[in-house]
Design a protein around this ligand. Sequence first.
Ligand code: N1C
Length: 273
Amino acid sequence: EDFAARVNGDRAAGPGTTLDIKEIVIGRCWDYQRVIGMKEGKPLSEVDCNGTAWPAFVNAFAYKSPCSTPEDAFSNFIKIMTVSLPVNGTLFWSGTKNLALMYSELSGGTMFSLELTFFGYTVNGLTWCGKHTGGIHGINYDSCPSFGDQSCQSPVSTVFWGSASMSFARQARGSISVLLDGSDPRGAFRNNSFFATMELPNLDTAMVDLVNIIVVHDLDGHIVDTCDNGTILILKDRIIQRGLQWKCKDDPKLAKLIQCTENPDNEKCNLTS
Ligand code: N1C
């Protein structure tokens, strides 16, 4: 065992908590309320970022072992940070985070991924975990459990994203969309993904009627699953079992345009042909 962090009994092997996390979380929380989330001059929410949001967040993990996180650790924080979202506007994704974020940003305010909601925006891209033996304010800035560490039973990040995804899915109304990676060798729809375990089963079927499946393939043309085969068929079955309808589209133009902005020289991105 060469993981430095095992020394203190905190099982951890990935990067530590993002430095200055308190300032980042509080700053983004005000930014969302005062700038990003402003609609017609009215803030969508009124939360005291310093006095309410930050304590709800940090108390969920500070001075605690990062591998024995209770399922409901973040429920207070998530409740405080919940704002209402537009009907037909929920965008889920699995294996396509960067593409999905650009897709929702470019949709002109019609598609919202979790990262564009109040709580998702506030913590997106950050790393955090506690240290039960003290650390600085009970936070571990040296290392946090790495994703997939089998010896870590209930990792703080898994508990957080699990409950965030569940709450996000429960809020969805109307038609929803999901962006999947049809070139992923593990399959586009994976049984153990947050999308499969936390989102699809938690859609309120009285309020949601249609699932738009969007399957995207990489520009090099590796095809594992498409709308008509592979794990997408399993997904369609699950959707029908839940009493919902589905639509499916392979490689819509907007997805290709986004891929091409990142790889303009790829032969599939020839603008003159
Ligand atoms: O397991 P996944 O995908 O299916 O999870 C994605 C799914 C999305 O629809 C989101 O709403 O669940 C939500 N979600 C996040 O928003 C999120 N941001 C960052 C789930 N996980 C999220 N992360 C991290 O990415 C998290 O640490 C987790 O381990 C990965 C999940 O990615 P995935 O397997 O591509």
